[in-house]
Design a protein. Structure first.
Ligand SMILES: [Zn+2]
Ligand SMILES: [Zn+2]
Length: 347
C-alpha cells in the first residue's frame, strides 16, 4: 500500500480529496499512524476557509487524531505496530529551557502536525496515515472509542486552563462564557472538579441547551438579557472563576465585568488582537487575577486520558457529527453552522 486518501488544501477554500504517498517512518523516533478518527477543530476550519492566513500550501490539516501504529522507525522502543494511540499534535524537543520547565507548548524547536503555532508545520490527520514521533504518542485506553479519544487534545486544553492554570477547586462558583465545543469541555471539567453553581453564557440556544444537559446549573443569553445582572441573580456572591471560551472581544469584556473581589479570570477563547480595558486601581483593590491558556502539554494529555478512562468525563457526549474522510466537504459545511458540537472525521 503506497498511496492513501488525503484531504489536501491547495489554497483557501480549495480542499481536494486525492491519492498521495503514504508517509514512511525513516528517521529516528518516527512513527506512522493509521488514523481512525480526527476531531475537526475550529482552527482547521479557519485555515480551510482562509479566516486564518498563516497557512503554507499544500497542507493537510487535522490535529486531533487517534489511530493505530502501522510502522515504527529506528530507535522506537515504547510503541509497536498495532498499538492503539492518541497523537499529541505538538512535537517538542525536550531540551530547551521551556521544555525543561514543563512548558513544552513554548518549545523553541517545536513542530506541529496539521495545526497552528510553530513554524514547522507538518501534514496532519485528515488523511488515512500520518507521520509523527514516538514522543507525541499516548496509549488509548481500551475502554474508550477512537472517536472519544480524538477529543483528547481539546479536553487536555480545557483541563490545562481550568485546573492547571486557574486552579479551580471543589465548591467554587464558575462562569463559562462561550459553550461551543471547547467551552463545553471547560464546563465538563469544572463539573467533574466539583463546581457549585456553574453558569453557561452563550448567544446560541443550541449551545445553552447542551450546556444545561452536560451539567450547567444555569444558562444565560448575553444578547436577550443583561448578562451581569442575570449571573448575579444566580450567584449573588459573584463568580470565583470566569472562563472566557468564546473568542469575540465582547466575551472578554463581559469576563472583566463579572468580577468581584478575588475573582479569577481565564482568557482562553480569544486568539485575535482586539483591545480591552482594565482600571488599574480597581484591579489592584479587587485583587483581580488573570490567567490564560493555549495548547496542551504531555501532563494535560495524560490527565485528559485519565478523565475519560475513569468515566469522569464522557467526550462521546459532545460529538454531534461523524463523517468519513470521503465526505469531508459535508463536515466542512457543518463546521460553519451553529447547530453542531464536536465534528469527527473518520479517514
Ligand atoms: Zn484544536
Ligand atoms: Zn523544547
Amino acid at each position: 500500500m503506497s498511496t492513501m486518501l488525503a484531504a489536501v488544501l491547495h489554497d483557501f477554500d480549495h480542499l481536494e480529496l486525492e491519492q498521495v504517498a503514504v508517509p514512511r517512518a525513516r528517521e529516528y523516533g518516527d512513527v506512522v499512524v493509521r488514523v481512525k478518527s480526527c476531531g475537526f477543530c475550529a482552527t482547521d476550519y479557519k485555515a480551510i476557509r482562509g479566516i486564518r492566513r498563516n497557512v503554507s500550501f499544500p497542507a493537510i490539516v487535522g490535529h486531533e487524531p487517534s489511530g493505530v501504529v502501522s510502522e515504527v522507525g529506528p530507535g522506537v522502543s515504547h510503541f509497536e505496530v498495532g498499538d492503539e494511540v492518541i497523537v499529541q499534535p505538538l512535537g517538542h524537543c525536550g531540551f530547551c529551557r521551556h521544555c525543561r520547565s514543563g512548558n513544552t507548548h513554548y518549545c523553541e524547536n517545536a513542530f506541529v502536525t496539521g495545526g497552528d503555532g510553530p513554524e514547522d508545520v507538518r501534514p496532519g490527520a485528515f488523511a488515512e496515515y500520518m507521520l509523527t514521533k514516538e514522543s507525541c504518542l499516548f496509549r488509548k485506553p481500551e475502554s474508550i472509542s477512537f472517536d472519544a479519544a480524538a477529543v483528547t487534545e481539546p479536553l487536555a486544553g480545557a483541563w490545562k486552563g481550568v485546573i492547571h492554570h486557574s486552579r479551580m477547586q471543589v465548591g467554587e462558583d464558575v462562569v463559562v462564557i462561550g459553550v461551543g465545543s471547547i467551552g463545553l469541555l471547560c464546563l465538563m471539567v469544572a463539573k467533574a472538579a466539583g463546581a457549585a453553581r456553574l453558569v453557561a453564557v452563550d448567544v446560541s440556544e443550541y449551545a445553552r441547551r447542551n450546556a444545561l444537559s452536560l451539567g450547567a446549573t444555569h444558562a444565560v443569553d448575553p444578547v436577550g438579557e443583561d448578562a451581569k445582572t442575570r449571573v448575579y441573580e444566580m450567584m449573588p456572591e459573584g463568580p470565583d472563576l470566569v472562563v472566557e471560551a468564546a473568542g469575540p472581544i465582547e466575551a472578554v469584556r463581559l469576563m472583566v465585568e463579572l468580577r468581584r473581589r478575588g475573582t479569577r479570570w481565564n482568557v482562553f477563547g480569544i486568539t485575535t488582537h482586539e483591545k480591552f480595558e482594565l482600571d488599574g486601581g480597581l484591579t489592584h483593590f479587587l485583587e483581580g487575577r488573570m490567567d490564560a491558556s493555549f495548547g496542551t502539554t504531555p501532563l494535560a494529555m495524560s490527565k485528559a486520558i485519565r478523565l475519560m478512562e475513569t468515566g469522569l468525563i464522557d467526550t462521546e457526549k459532545i460529538i454531534s457529527h461523524r463523517f468519513p474522510l470521503a465526505r469531508i466537504g459535508e463536515a466542512l459545511e457543518v463546521m460553519g453552522s451553529a447547530a453542531r458540537n464536536k465534528v469527527i472525521v473518520n479517514p
